[in-house]
Ligand binder design. Structure first.
Ligand SMILES: [Zn+2]
Ligand SMILES: [Zn+2]
Length: 148
């Protein structure tokens, strides 16, 4: 679905859940669906590049449009993308580090052991649902006994 921002004239093709609100990635203004008159009948494409330009011109003609943000939006978008990429890199880096030095999330001890899959399933078999909380947990802390 195409959405537009009335403040900076940013147009995005995004999925928005019914009833939820999408705010502009550039300026945070609440985005509105692009009116059907600009789009192909199925709504997945603009009728043409000219129609897209016409929408943007119409947005710019309203009082809501903020020229300062509008003119800077490509810069702002690039900056946000860069920040997001950096954030992803940091998260990836942390995940890589955690794989090599796992610690207990409860007490912080690195004295942990892998729970054997065989034991896990044997327990579920023996205790039925009572043992199900261990499913999906692969590590056990030897200090405080918590599983994670
Ligand atoms: Zn905006
Ligand atoms: Zn622990």
């Amino acid at each position: 679905m195409f959405y537009y921002c009335a403040r900076c004239a940013s147009v995005e093709n995004i999925n928005v859940k019914a009833g939820s609100v999408k705010s502009c990635t550039v300026c945070g203004h609440v985005m509105e669906p692009v009116p059907a008159e600009y789009l192909m009948p199925n709504g997945t494409f603009f009728k043409s590049g000219e129609e897209r330009e016409r929408l943007i011109l119409n947005i710019k003609a309203t009082d809501t449009y903020d020229e300062t943000i509008g003119n800077a939006k490509e810069e702002i978008k690039k900056q946000k993308e860069k920040e997001e990429q950096e954030h992803i890199n940091i998260v990836n880096q942390k995940m890589r580090e955690n794989q090599f030095k796992l610690t207990c999330p409860i007490c912080g001890s690195s004295n942990i052991q892998k729970i054997s899959t065989v034991g896990k399933y044997a327990k579920v078999y023996a205790f039925g649902l009572l043992g199900a909380d261990s499913l999906g947990k692969r590590w056990k802390c030897n200090v405080c006994g918590s599983k994670f």
